[in-house]
Design a binder for this molecule. Structure first.
Ligand SMILES: Cc1cc2nc3c(=O)[nH]c(=O)nc-3n(C[C@H](O)[C@H](O)[C@H](O)COP(=O)(O)O)c2cc1C
Length: 433
């Protein structure tokens, strides 16, 4: 079956969503708003709920542009998703934690606790932090290099996986007569000593019904793809073109096989922002209304950050110049530059096109057209499912659940009810020994 993630964000994924007259004031910090989105997600039988994270208000050093977006304000993900675990029963809970500015013992313990609290529905989106400004909140003078970040991330993942295996099945015996609570032979110390970390363990949290949280990643670069092929069970990705998405899918399959991992052990879910209309033109109009609310200063600054080059000195109605390789997001830079070349877009057209939704694929059309396109990518090996975003919340999401999901069900592509109780059961992933 096709797998769907619900990628939530306060007012919506469009950068100008908060300026939409329908927007809810203060949504990005409102737990009742997020609880409603989680319930809509369960109504649509989504596999998982997902939230991204940046541990800084400002992305880079350019602080001016941020006064025009809500993306500077964000609740801490684990805290938010722990609360959402109490108002949901089936939907997976995938949130983000960085390996660059956190310690593995903290991350292992937080996600194992969320997994336990939710009855086995947790997932960890492992990132190395794409926002350079995070460095200044953790005592760094600057953001470590892409290479150094992935070197640390590899060992970090190993330590977290090791800690999640601390409590062997049957370790807890709770023998009130003998006064023995657990069998020390079944509680394992990690005793990890590596280049970046020295972690003895064990962890204080017992395994959930799904054994351990699901690992998710979204790397696009060589280093990102290799780490994902070695450790991830779900991969989120930015794909604008079906053939490129198929190539990415096949490439991950090849890399995973080199690590002894067979087909189906990794679910690949490109981001998708469907805009549903009675006609394609009406859907397009919805999008353009929000595009027109993007302030030029913000659009240009956001595109510059995405491409790693300040574009303010270039003619905005001219083509994108050749750019030096981005240090932060080489993967995203490649996807966005190729889009500009392929469609011959000016700088202004490009920032309107990509900054609205951070380079993710936007699909405007009727519910039928959107369902057909999702089926096409799914059946042609470009995706196991999609990470669904909405322009604004909750209306656009409700429309997707009410109009597109029933068509996917009629096609026999999507579940009508949850099969299991854990995230692994939703995703059809095995429970690790
Ligand atoms: C769906 C999706 C969600 C992401 N979430 C985050 C996030 O929450 N925090 C973050 O720092 N980076 C996030 N990223 C960025 C990726 O982790 C990664 O850095 C980026 O895709 C570039 O790939 P590379 O790291 O291999 O160069 C996300 C990317 C995608 C596609």
């Amino acid at each position: 079956m096709m797998h769907l993630g619900l990628f939530i964000a306060g007012e919506g994924h469009h950068i100008a969503a908060w300026r939409d007259p329908r927007a809810r004031s203060g949504a990005s910090q409102d737990i009742q708003h997020f609880a409603e989105l989680a319930r809509i997600g369960e109504r649509g039988c989504f596999d998982l709920l997902f939230t991204a994270d940046t541990q800084a208000v400002f992305y880079g050093d350019d602080t001016e542009q941020w006064r025009r977006t809500t993306q500077a304000s964000r609740l801490e993900p684990i805290t938010l998703f722990s609360a959402l675990s109490m108002v949901t029963e089936h939907i997976g809970l995938v949130c983000t934690a960085t390996t660059t500015y956190l310690e593995p013992y903290h991350v292992a313990r937080q996600f194992a606790s969320l997994d336990k609290i939710s009855g086995g529905r947790a997932g960890w989106n492992l990132v190395t932090s794409s926002a350079p400004a995070e460095a200044y909140n953790f005592g760094f003078d600057g953001h470590p290099s892409h290479e150094d970040r992935y070197d640390r991330a590899g060992e970090f993942a190993e330590v977290v996986l090791g800690l999640w295996d601390s409590w062997q099945a049957g370790a807890v015996i709770e023998d009130q007569d003998s006064g023995i609570y657990f069998d020390p032979d079944k509680l394992h110390r990690l005793n990890h000593k590596g280049k970046h970390f020295s972690v003895r363990g064990p962890l204080t949290v017992h395994p959930s019904p799904q054994g351990r949280p699901v690992i998710v990643q979204a790397g696009q670069s060589e280093a990102g793809r290799n780490l994902a092929a070695r450790t991830a069970e779900v991969i989120f990705t930015v794909q604008q073109d079906k053939d490129e998405a198929r190539a990415f899918y096949a490439d991950i399959g090849t890399r995973a096989a080199a690590y002894g991992r067979g087909p189906g052990t990794i679910k690949i879910m490109p981001g998708l922002l469907p805009v549903v209309g009675k006609t394609r033109a009406q859907a397009q109009e919805k999008l353009e209304t929000l595009q027109s609310l993007i302030h030029p200063e913000l659009g240009l600054a956001r595109l510059s950050a995405m491409l790693g080059t300040d574009l303010s000195g270039f003619d905005q109605d001219g083509p994108l110049p050749d750019l030096p390789q981005s240090a932060e997001q080489p993967g995203r830079q490649k996807v966005v530059s190729e889009l500009a070349r392929r469609e011959n877009l000016t700088i202004r057209q490009l920032y309107q096109r990509v900054t609205g939704v951070r380079g993710h694929r936007v699909l405007c059309g009727t519910a039928e057209e959107i369902a057909n396109s999702m089926e096409d990518w799914y059946r042609s090996g470009a995706a196991d499912g999609f990470n669904i975003m909405s322009l604004t919340y909750p209306d656009e999401l409700n429309q997707f659940v009410d109009e597109v999901i029933p068509i996917l069900r009629t096609k026999g592509l999507y579940r009508s009810r949850y099969e299991g109780r854990t995230l692994r059961e939703n995703l059809g992933l095995s429970t690790p020994g």
